[in-house]
Design a protein around this ligand. Structure first.
Ligand code: ADE
Length: 238
């Protein structure tokens, strides 16, 4: 998979690309992450990439031409084009999975008060937000999305089966996890996890998953299909 990132701050991605899972995926040739510095595509001697908004109001708006030229420099390889913006559709695990199956994606990191609407109209397949809050720029959202996408590309995680236990994989939050020691201060690891009864462990994990989702994110329960047993567990929680 090829991931292009169009950004005014390529140096922000340094630490991200050194992250062990991401860097191993790059070394093994599973993903190729290419940073495209937007600044050289800016206009005039000062390489301007923004301007004041038509109609007035504060702040600056990113211009269309530098972004168009940066996209042209990528050529036919842009693949699925994403713009990071707090106005976008909320990015979910489902989006991460869908995008992990693309051959190439391009993420345009938005900035300032916004991006000229014609960028979206002409070049963008999808506007995505990582949450209902406003960050200073699209670089952190781009890293968040690319991290979530890349770990789902087949072959990136040592064991692809690991993702099936993730929170949000089946629409629920993950059950609690424990490792050694068995006892810490007055807290013991739940007995069921020590017995090796796989069926009982699965049942306990499903119950804990349902209870955590009910308490913390009841909105998620509207979207998952629940068995009769699940509904009974949730009834006990009321
Ligand atoms: N840019 C600024 N805030 C953002 C957000 N929440 N999601 C995506 N891009 C953004």
């Amino acid at each position: 998979m090829i991931v292009h990132i169009i950004t005014l701050f390529p140096s922000m991605f340094g630490g991200f690309l050194e992250n062990s899972i991401i860097s191993r995926a790059i070394e093994r040739g599973i993903v190729d992450i290419r940073l495209v510095d937007l600044r050289p595509f800016g206009l005039g001697p000062h390489r301007m990439v923004d301007d004041t908004p038509y109609g007035g109001g504060g702040g600056m708006v990113m211009r269309v031409e530098p972004i168009h030229n940066a996209l042209k420099s990528i050529g036919k390889d842009t693949g699925h084009v994403i713009l990071t913006t707090p106005r976008g559709k909320l990015f979910t695990q489902g989006d991460a999975f869908r995008l992990s199956r693309e051959g190439s994606i391009t993420v345009i990191c938005g900035h300032y008060e916004g991006v000229d609407e014609r960028v979206s109209e002409l070049f963008v397949d999808e506007e995505l937000s990582i949450g209902d809050y406003v960050l200073t720029g699209g670089e952190i959202p781009a890293m968040v999305m690319i991290d979530a996408i890349v770990r789902l590309v087949p072959g990136v995680l040592v064991k692809d089966t690991l993702v099936s236990g993730d929170s949000h994989y089946n629409g629920l939050l993950e059950h609690p996890q424990y490792t050694r020691p068995r006892q810490y201060m007055d807290r013991a690891v739940p007995e069921v996890l020590l017995g090796g009864n796989h069926k009982e462990i699965q049942k306990w994990r499903r119950i804990m998953s349902l209870k955590a989702t009910m308490r913390r994110r009841p909105d998620l329960l509207d979207k998952v299909s629940l068995s009769k047993e699940d509904i009974m567990v949730l009834g006990e929680e009321d």
